[in-house]
Write a protein that binds this ligand. Structure first.
Ligand SMILES: Nc1nc2c(c(=O)[nH]1)N[C@H]1C(S)=C(S)[C@@H](COP(=O)(O)O)O[C@H]1N2
Ligand SMILES: [Mo]
Length: 318
């Protein structure tokens, strides 16, 4: 466990970041193959369920698919696998355990605060936000820094709409996001005592305003399950998964680059910008390829996770 780590105290053990490249043993492999077998059968069922999705519940589950983000070449990952393979360290560092530990996690009511350097800060219940910003469905690739990936239909709305509502001041240059810290309901927090809780993340303001950056309230046509960051998370598809912060309670406009949990822990391994880039290896493993969570297929990783045509210009490229 992390709290047994010797100097530097915060240094992650390989167990903590659980890169499959390191922990991939034969038993696990066989188990995963069994998992994948079930998964393949589930794909068709998942597709049917999606087709049935028509009426949007107030909880942000399902909406109309945005045709711009519905690439027919992308095969959706099996929801049975995706929903039960999670990184959410507030509950557990073991991906298969997270979904079993969320029962006590209370998500209603859920207040969100949007403030900092803006003209019209607001506090609202997540249901009010969903009512104000009607969600749409988008199929996105999702790439974890640990080199696993998935392709999922998220439900949400562009963060830009929410930011426009609060009217950022000209001094605002970054956006900071904070996850709820409910220690009595999140058993993982106490086990990682050295971590700088609550989980925080950040984006440059232009990244936050980009149309791809999605405030997400649903997946596979249903409200987000707790293990995936209910009732509201961020999804930033061209960056490594740790930027896609879950169960957000606060969004702040700030003047300088905010400290984030992962960058504070290991800046050389989890830097602030963290754009997906197959040419830049992680210090402990290659980022050239990725493993699809459901099938186990290894596929090449794409620059900006395949979103270069939309975002390269943010970085003076493309
Ligand atoms: N609050 C919080 N957000 C988080 C994390 C976390 O541990 N806590 N893990 C991140 C990482 S590393 C990844 S890959 C994704 C995983 O999202 P998923 O479990 O919904 O697939 O959530 C990100 N958001
Ligand atoms: Mo991740």
């Amino acid at each position: 466990m992390a709290n047994l780590i010797t100097p530097p105290r915060w240094r992650l053990t390989e167990r903590d970041v659980t890169p499959e490249s390191v922990f991939w043993n034969r038993r696990e492999f066989l188990r995963q193959m069994g998992f994948a077998g079930v998964g393949l059968a589930g794909v068709a069922a998942g597709g049917r369920a999606l087709a049935q999705v028509t009426n949007a519940p107030a909880t942000g589950g399902a909406a109309v698919r945005n045709p711009q983000f519905n690439d027919p070449k992308l095969r959706l990952s099996d929801s049975e696998v995706v929903l039960h393979y999670n990184n959410f360290y507030e509950f557990s560092t073991r991906k298969e355990q997270v979904h079993r530990l969320v029962d006590k996690f209370q998500i209603t009511p859920w207040q969100i605060e949007v403030g900092g350097l803006c003209e019209k800060p607001l506090k609202a219940d997540v249901r009010e936000l969903i009512a104000e910003f009607p969600p749409e469905d988008r199929v996105y690739r999702f790439r974890c820094v640990e080199a696993w990936s998935m392709i999922v239909p998220w439900t949400g709305f562009p963060l830009a709409k929410l930011l426009a509502k609060v009217q950022p001041k000209s001094e605002a240059k970054f956006v900071k996001f904070t996850t709820a810290e409910k220690r009595d309901q999140m058993p993982g927090i106490a086990r990682l005592r050295e971590y700088p809780w609550p989980y925080t993340e950040g984006l440059r303001l232009d990244e936050a305003m980009h149309d791809l950056t999605l405030v997400t309230t649903g997946i596979y046509g249903k409200p987000l399950p707790k293990q995936m960051g209910a009732p509201l998370r961020l999804v930033v598809p061209w960056k490594y998964g740790y930027k896609s912060i879950k169960s957000v309670v606060k969004i702040e406009l700030v003047a300088t680059q905010p400290a984030t949990l992962w960058e504070t822990l290991a800046p050389d391994e989890y830097p602030f910008e963290s754009n997906v880039d197959p040419r830049v290896p992680h210090p402990r493993w290659s980022q050239a390829t990725e493993r699809l969570v459901d099938t186990g297929d290894r596929v090449p990783t794409l620059p900006y996770n395949g979103y270069g045509e939309f975002v390269a210009k943010l970085y003076g490229k493309g």
